[in-house]
Write a protein that binds this ligand. Structure first.
Ligand SMILES: [Zn+2]
Length: 107
């Protein structure tokens, strides 16, 4: 937390810079589709359960996705365990009950 006027001013400047960067990033990706949906995998879920406009279940394979781009990293965090549907590209976070025993929370 800022405890001096200088620190507070610095923080304001930093956040307006971040806004400007976000705005230019948004402009740069304007022609790409909306960001992918991120869902939580259900227990033992291995296939995508997204439905298309006709109500048909996608059923695409959920594949571990390691080399996701920066936009995704901003959504899920660096080094996150993330899966992606091979068909509709919906992203899935792991089932919280199925996390490996070695997993430790870093908040
Ligand atoms: Zn899918």
């Amino acid at each position: 937390m800022p405890d001096s006027p200088e620190a507070a001013a610095g923080q304001v400047a930093a956040s307006s810079q971040a806004n400007a960067a976000a705005a230019s990033a948004a402009a740069a990706v304007a022609e790409t589709p909306a960001p992918p949906k991120v869902k939580i995998r259900k227990h033992k879920q291995r296939a995508c359960d997204e439905r298309d406009v006709k109500g048909k279940v996608c059923a695409g394979h959920l594949k571990r996705w390691y080399d996701y781009p920066k936009e995704i990293e901003r959504m899920v965090g660096a080094g996150a365990e993330i899966y992606r549907c091979e068909f509709c590209k919906t992203l899935y976070r792991p089932d919280p009950e199925q996390l490996p025993k070695s997993f430790t929370l870093n908040y």
